[in-house]
Design a binder for this molecule. Structure first.
Ligand code: BYC
Length: 480
């Protein structure tokens, strides 16, 4: 039986935590110096005009599987960002790579210091980036329910930044502190000091993009965090495990958000017997063709977040015991991958072909394929909506090679069906596959600020139920 030691979350401290911060004065002081910089960053780049709002938010009160969340009204700047790790299992072993069966590390092994720091910084960088991307959305919320969910995501992404900053300060000395500062200095979309990964420099300028982002990109977060939750570096595994419990709600917002858009569009199409997208738009809802173009964009941009299909970085993260596979513990092999292969697609002589590659170097491709399976399942659920209305349209995923900037397909022109095109053909046809300025302008024109409790914008159906079993018309945000 594993011996689980756990500190309860201590909210009496300036930085709530369950890592016994009070007993490490130097670390506590360093983090207390970082805290005002974080709050300044939140003020400058977090959700606008929220200082006086009271939002019905959940806050972590325990890291137990059941009931970690406490719901109540919180003034946004008074949200208690803190440091929460799942309990330590004293007997935990590394279960893959060259260090398999050795006890999990409680400190950073010197040889793995630099790649670990890099993984933690890359992960940490995405969290504030997403808050920056979503900064203006509150001004055009389709309902109080949605506004509350947006702010819940924003504060939790802020907390995920804290999670990575704790690791940097606690385990990486001066370099870690410098990286923690740099995390507050880079800005999404800033050409002079951008966020690290491309998708986090794209704009999230309206709620359709936001729902797509939470469906597609937050789910990359889930898969990357799950791979890090396997890490031999135990503090990283424990902190990402707790982050995953928060991530589920973010992905729910995306999946249910798009489902509600589909529902509303299909209602209008069916009621007025419409198929022509121009007519659908004239009724103030988002036509299915536009929705498909946004799917094409967000899926392809998110696939780039998995890195190159073939990556020696990924191989050495695995053999080093730093980053595992999705569901590593449940995979029935020897967890070394030394002799295994994996089929990866690439382009040869103008065609997409499958090539057997070493399983170790194709770990990014494998994680991406695991991700795609889950995304496809979500889309199958979406497609039940037009089916119920007798509408033949089905949303579909473009081929993995479509519109890619990283990996085997970068520099090639692949259509959504997976056919390799010439540059000229791509330039002629691709405007029909990706959201145009006009699509963005149309979607933006539908956005307005709906803040009457229980009321929803015309382009989106209400959710099936409210938050924490409360009615849909509950006052989720108070404007005092
Ligand atoms: N953009 O060997 P490669 C989340 C660079 S989302 C720009 O293919 P590797 C969240 C790469 O740095 C999850 N550059 O890649 C969601 C390298 O550069 P150098 C975030 C890129 O290292 C929503 C070169 O290309 N977490 O949590 O195997 C809201 C070749 O790299 C990109 C993580 O990503 C790109 N997309 O894998 C909030 C986990 N991709 O060294 C939050 C931590 C690659 O040649 N990160 N490059 O200069 C990792 O595990 C790895 O860094 C990656 C890349 C999987 C991202």
């Amino acid at each position: 039986m594993a011996d689980l030691t756990q500190q309860p979350i201590d909210y009496s401290q300036r930085i709530p935590n369950n890592v016994d911060l009070a007993n490490d004065r130097a670390l506590q002081r360093a983090l207390e110096r970082w805290q005002p910089a974080f709050l300044n960053w939140w003020d400058a780049t977090g959700p606008v005009n929220t200082a006086n709002l009271q939002v019905y938010l959940r806050t972590a009160i325990s890291v137990d599987r059941d009931g970690w969340a406490n719901f109540g009204y919180v003034r946004m700047p008074e949200y208690r960002w803190g440091i929460f790790l799942t309990p330590r299992d004293q007997n935990r072993k590394i279960h893959f790579g060259d260090h398999k069966d050795e006890p999990a590390w409680q400190d950073v092994p010197g040889e793995h210091r630099s790649p670990l720091r890099r993984i933690i910084v890359t992960q940490g960088d995405t969290e504030p980036a997403s808050v920056e991307q979503q900064k203006l959305l509150g001004a055009t919320c389709p309902s109080l329910y949605d506004l509350r969910n947006l702010f819940q995501v924003n504060v939790e992404e802020g907390r995920h930044l804290w999670a990575m900053v704790y690791l940097l300060h606690r385990y990486f000395g001066r370099d870690g502190r410098e990286e923690a500062e740099a995390l507050l200095q880079r800005r999404s979309g800033d050409p002079n000091n951008p966020r690290i990964l491309t998708a986090f420099n794209e704009k999230t300028s309206h709620w359709l993009a936001y729902f797509m982002f939470t469906f597609f990109t937050d789910r990359d977060g889930k898969f990357q965090l799950a791979a890090l939750a396997e890490s031999g570096f135990d503090p990283l595994a424990r902190t990402t495990k707790f982050m995953l419990t928060e991530e589920a709600h973010h992905m729910f917002i995306g999946e249910s958000g798009i489902a509600r858009v589909l529902q509303r569009t299909c209602e209008v199409m069916s009621q007025h017997k419409l198929t022509d997208p121009t007519q659908v738009r004239a009724h103030g809802v988002i036509d299915l063709e536009t929705l498909q173009r946004f799917v094409n964009f967000h899926y392809s941009v998110t696939l780039d977040l998995f890195g190159s299909e073939i990556s020696s970085n990924a191989a050495s993260f695995y053999t080093g015991g730093l980053k595992g596979r999705y569901g590593e513990a449940n995979i029935g092999d020897d967890h070394s991958l030394a002799r295994d292969g994996y089929a990866v697609e690439e382009i040869a002589d103008g065609n997409i072909v499958q090539r057997q590659t070493p399983a170790l170097t194709s770990l990014n491709a494998r994680l991406r394929d695991d991700y795609t399976r889950e995304i496809q399942a979500g889309m199958d659920r979406w497609n039940r909506i037009p089916e119920r209305f007798g509408i033949p349209f089905r949303v579909s995923l473009p081929h993995a090679g479509f519109h890619r900037k990283i990996g085997n397909f970068a520099g090639h022109f692949v259509n959504p069906e997976g056919r390799v095109l010439s540059r000229e053909d791509w330039e002629r046809q691709s405007p029909g596959w990706l959201p145009s300025d006009d699509d963005h302008a149309f979607v933006a024109s539908l956005m307005g600020r709906v803040i009457e409790p229980g009321t929803f914008a015309s382009w989106i159906a209400p959710p099936a139920r409210g938050i924490n079993n409360l009615p849909i018309e509950f006052e989720y945000v108070r404007f005092d």
